[in-house]
Design a protein around this ligand. Structure first.
Ligand SMILES: O=C(OP(=O)(O)O)[C@H](O)COP(=O)(O)O
Length: 308
């Protein structure tokens, strides 16, 4: 069997032959104690009596279709933007693809931001599965980008330097400056009725988050609400955001704090994870769809964020 590469980097994105549409997560670093699916699988394949890791559950993660502010290159975060025309099409195409491939969902989880909910609806509609329950939680919201919300990333780079913006965007435990009451989107966000429905008082909701803090607020919900459904054998779709999905991938795949920087998800592309009985991946994640387009989108995003 072809040995997978040790890390996802720009050259691997370029040259590594995709196997069955798989994108191998950039994670090894067993010395840091991360649980690493590559070594788990290699271990099983190299052992005297190879044991095939059994896929017990299928889980789908989806970053919503393109939103208006994705197009304008602005930090959208907790601002409730709708999908752009292209984003609507991405979500519909995603649903068509999942239908063609014969997948059936039992339950969908979304954030309480419209772009993830609208994406879930469009996917279910295209699949003819509109009746499937959709459960919403703020804990799947996009990362709270604090005072950066609404700002254009390219302008930010000119003002603060590319390195600073790269750290704010991809440093695992770097929290951007908090949103202040004088911020143009403060009232828009915190006076929105949806934030009175959360399982914490409005005053305790975040004012800025690192990716680590996203994972910290997401995990209790994941463990208490989503995991039991997966264990019951339900096929779950999580329709969420770039960073809430990255946080989940980090958790499920045991990606290191460093390597998560180079994991990026294109909008509207479903990610299939096959998990064992302990909810650990048994094979590389699969980004479903046209592999040439997917790899081009990943490359573009990695170049833009990390200049890789
Ligand atoms: O709203 C956002 O992501 P989303 O489009 O997945 O909801 C963030 O602005 C993503 O920003 P980043 O890619 O700089 O982390």
């Amino acid at each position: 069997m072809l040995e997978p590469p040790l890390r996802l980097d720009a050259s691997i994105v370029d040259h590594w032959p995709l196997q069955g549409g798989c994108a191998w997560p950039g994670t090894v670093n067993t010395h840091r104690g991360s649980t690493d699916i590559q070594s788990r699988i290699s271990h099983h394949l190299r052992g005297p009596a190879p044991v095939l890791l059994m896929s017990k559950y299928k889980l789908f993660l989806l970053r919503h279709g393109e939103g208006a502010w994705n197009k304008e290159n602005r930090f959208c975060s907790w601002v409730d933007q709708k999908l752009s025309e292209d984003g609507v099409k991405e979500a519909q195409d995603c649903g068509k693809l999942l239908k063609e491939q014969g997948y059936k969902f039992d339950l969908v989880f979304t954030s309480i931001l419209s772009r993830s909910i609208q994406t879930a609806w469009l996917v279910l509609e295209a699949m003819g599965q509109e009746w499937v329950p959709v459960v919403k939680s703020w804990r799947l919201n996009e990362r709270h980008y604090g005072s950066l919300i609404g700002l254009n990333r390219a302008e930010m780079a000119l003002q603060h330097g590319e390195e600073k913006v790269r750290l704010w965007r991809r440093g695992y435990d770097i929290t951007p400056p908090s949103i202040e009451e004088s911020h143009p989107y403060f009232q828009v966000i915190y006076n929105d009725r949806r934030y009175t429905t959360c399982d914490v008082p409005k005053e305790s909701l975040p004012r800025a988050e690192s990716l680590k803090e996203v994972l910290d607020r997401l995990l209790p919900y994941w463990d208490s609400t989503v995991v039991p459904e997966i264990r019951r054998g339900r096929t779950v779709l999580v329709s969420a955001h770039g960073n809430s999905c990255r946080a989940l991938l980090k958790h499920l795949e045991g990606i290191s704090d460093e390597d998560i920087a180079s994991v990026t998800l294109p909008t509207g592309i479903p990610v299939l994870l096959e998990l064992d009985e302990n909810l650990r991946p048994v094979k590389p994640r699969q980004l479903l769809g046209d592999q040439t387009k997917i790899q081009a989108a990943i490359k573009k995003s990695l170049f833009e964020i990390l200049k890789m």
